[in-house]
Ligand binder design. Sequence first.
Ligand code: WTA
Length: 658
Amino acid sequence: MSKDSSNTIESILQEQRVFPPSNDLASQSRIGSLSVYKRMVEEASNDPERFWGDFARSELQWIKPFDSVLDWSNPPFARWFDGGKINISSNCLDRHLHGSRAEKLALIWEGEPGDTKSFTYKQLHKEVCRTANALKALGISKGDLVALYMPMVPEAAIAMLACARIGAPHSVVFGGFSSEALRDRLIDGEAKAVITADGSFRKDKTVLLKPAVDAALADGACPSVESVLVVRRVNESVQMNSGRDFWWHELVDSQDEECQPEPMESEDRLFVLYTSGSTGKPKGVVHTTAGYNLWSHLTFQWIFDIRDEDVYWCTADVGWITGHSYIVYGPLSNGATTVMYEGAPRPSNPGAFWELIQKHKVSIFYTAPTAIRAFMKSGRSIPDQYDMSSLRLLGTVGEPINPEAWMWYRDVIGGNRCPVVDTWWQTETGGVMISPLPGATPTKPGSATFPLPGIEADVVDSQGKSVESDEGGYLVIKKPWPGMMRTIHGNEKRFRESYWEYIQPSDGSFIYFAGDGARRDLDNYFWVMGRVDDVINVSGHRLGTMEIESALVSHPSVSEAAVVGRPDELKGESIVAFITLETGRVANDQLVDDLSEHVSKEIGRIARPEEIRFSDALPKTRSGKIMRRILRSLASGEEVRGDTSTLEDRSVLDKLRT
Ligand code: WTA
C-alpha cells in the first residue's frame, strides 16, 4: 500500500469520491433520504426528551413505564428513564416468542474446527433461562458481578443474557488477556463468580483458559470469587476444585427452562467493561440497563436498516464492546439473526470469512479495517472464489479506515452494490455515534460521515470552541445520549476528569471527550483521525501506553520504559518500546524475547511490542517528563520536528536515532 493511501490529512482532503445510496435502497429503508435524517436531527435538537422518550416507549418493552426521560441535573452523571422497570434479556428474547419469530434463528454459531450450532429464539430463551437458574443455584443474585472469560462460543452470549436476566452485572474479560490482567479485573469489580471454558480453539491451536482462571484466583488473590462455571469446549483435562468449580453441562443442563426476568430499574447496572485509557490501569466502564438497551437497539436498527430476512454477522469478539452491542444485544433486541464465529482467517484457511458468508447467505457484514487491509494484501483471488451475492450492506468499526481499503471493501467484497457504513464509536459511548445511514447518506471513502440523530458531535479546540472546516481538533459530544457510560466502576473522580473536564467550555457546560482527533470537511463530513492521547490502537484493540510501560518496568532488568505507537500499514498502529536497563543488565536478543514474553504474561499477547529499542537514557524535559512526541518520530523513522528546546540532554537524541 502506498503511503498516501492512509488517512493522512493530505489524502483525505483530496478525497472527492461520493457514493449516494441507490434509489432502490433508499425506497426500502427506514430512513430513506437525507431530508428524513435532517428532520430527525431537528426533532431531536428541538425536544430531545420527547425524541428519546418516544423511541424508548415504541421500541422497548417495559415492565413499568418510566416517569422521566432524562435527569441531567447533576452532570456529568446522567439518569435516563427514571422510574421505569425493564429487563434487557426479556427485550432480546421473550418479546420475540409470540408468533413466527419464536422459530426464527436467533443465533448461528460456527466453531473453529467446523462444528456448528444454531438456536431459534425459543431455544435461546430456554438456554438463557436454564443458565440464569444455574447462576441462582450458585448463589448469584441481583447486583452480584459475574465475570466471563470465554472463547467465542454460544455459551458466552447465553451467559451474558442469563446475567442480565437475573440482574447480575457482567464483566466480560477478553479471552486473550493473561491471568494477571484477569485477576486485576476480578479484584477491581469484586466479581462473585467467573464463567469460563476449559479452553478455546485459536487458529489451529488449542489454548487453555481454565488454568489461567486458576492462576488468577491462586493464593486467595480474589476473595470475592466463590464459584467458577466451566464450559467444556476443547475436552482437555483441567483441574476442577471441588466446591468452587462446576461444569456447565452438569449444572446448567439440569435446570428448569423457565426463569422470570428480574424487573430492573432503568439505571441498574447492566455491565462493566474494562478499557484502556491514557493513565493508570484499565478502567471499568459502567453501562446501565434501559439507556444501553435503547441505544444498542436503535443504532443497530438505523445503521444496518435491519430487515426480518437479514442474516447479520459481526466478526468482533464478545470480549469487546462491539461484541456486546452488535453481536448480542442490538441484534437480538431487534429480533435479528446474528452469526457468531469462533475462528479467524489464517494461512490454512484464508477464505474463512467468505466461505461463511456464502454458507449462511450473510446479508450484512461488519468487520474491522485491519482485517480488510490484510485481505486486500493477499489479493482478490481468494474472495473471488466465493458467492457473496447475498451481501447487501457492509460495515467497519474500530479504527480509521483508509480510502483505499474502503474502496477495496466496497468493490471486491460488496461487488460495488453494497453501501459501506464506517461507524465511529467507543466502549464508553455504548453504541455507534457517527455513521452513514445506508438509505440516506452519500458516503465518502474514509469518512464516518454524520452523527446519528440526537448525537451532537463537534470538533473543538482546547477551550471547547468549534474549529473551522478542515481544521483539526478534538472530537466531542455536547449533549447526553441514552447509551453513554455512567461512570467508571469505583472511580467517579477519574470519570469526571478523563471524559468531562479535559475540555472546559467557558459557559460551564459539560462536553464529553474521549481521546480522538477529527476534522470536518466543507460538506460537514466527519473524518476521525485517531487517538490524540496515550492510547494506541493496534488492529482495532485499544491499549494504554502506560499499561505496557508498567508491565515492562515490572521486569527486573528494566529501569525505565516509554511506549509509543508507530503507524502500521496493516494494524493501523504497532507498539514500539524504548527501554533503559538497570545497571549491569545487558541488551541482547534473549532479553528482547524475555521482555516480550513478560508483557504477554502481564497483559496478553496483543500488548507485545513489535520493536524494543534499548538506550542509556530517554529524551526528557528538564522537569523529567518523557518527550513522547520525539519518541514517536524516532519510532517511525521521521525527522524530529518541532520544539526540542525543553529537552534536557540533546545528545540523547543522537544516540536514539541509531
Ligand atoms: C477508534 C470500539 C476511526 C477510536 C468500538 C475510538 C475509530 C476507539 C472508529 C474506541 C472509526 C473506533 N473510525 N476510529 N470508525 N471506530 N475507532 O473502545 O480511536 O475499543 O476512540 O471501541 O477506536 O475503541 P473501543
